[in-house]
Design a protein around this ligand. Structure first.
Ligand SMILES: [Zn+2]
Length: 184
């Protein structure tokens, strides 16, 4: 079940129904399958691998499938670009100090949308479309590998992530499915 039934033909949906309704229906199936499989209701909140993954939100990057992770295995934190923002630091600090993770994996990817935009260009677009220009940084970048290196350095030097034993960064090729490590 990897596609949204209604996606290819949105006109087939009743106006009062959204794709969210379709997905919520699937969630009901999920619970039913879980009940019938006899799977325990809740695993520990502490990730079994001790790993936190910081990845771009790109829909082609299936982090769990790529890294062979299942439910309960890892924290997967995502945003546009997989950028090390203050909020990612907040989540990683909770991940380490409340839930015991010690390793961080950074996952960027080819054809990232954050390469094709600029901070100013995107702010201008928002101004045009919404009438307001945000004061927050967009965190667009131009060099994929360099951005991974910068992110690794930012994580390694962050004083709140003192439990870190390993930070490594990778680039996922959305065309081939291959993962390559970025060396420092
Ligand atoms: Zn991306």
């Amino acid at each position: 079940m990897t596609t949204v039934d209604a996606r290819d033909d949105p006109s087939s949906l009743e106006s009062s129904h959204s794709v969210t309704d379709v997905l919520a229906g699937r969630a009901a199936d999920f619970a039913a399958a879980r009940r019938s499989s006899g799977q325990p209701r809740a695993r520990s909140a502490r990730p079994t691998t001790g790993v936190a993954v910081l990845a771009c939100m790109d829909a082609r990057l299936d982090v769990h499938a790529l890294l062979g992770l299942g439910e309960g295995d890892a924290h997967v934190l995502r945003n546009a670009g997989g950028v090390v923002t203050d909020d990612m630091i907040r989540s990683l600090a909770v991940s380490q100090h409340e839930l015991g993770t010690t390793e961080i994996i950074l996952l960027h990817h080819t054809q990232c949308g954050m390469i094709s935009i600029t901070d100013d260009g995107f702010r201008d677009k928002l101004l045009e479309r919404t009438g307001a220009r945000p004061d927050w940084p967009v965190h667009a970048f131009s060099d994929l590998e360099e951005n991974v290196r910068l992110s690794i350095a930012r994580l390694r030097s962050n004083p709140f992530l003192a439990a870190t034993t390993s930070v490594r960064g990778f680039i996922y090729d959305v065309a081939t499915g291959e993962l390559s490590e970025v060396t420092l």
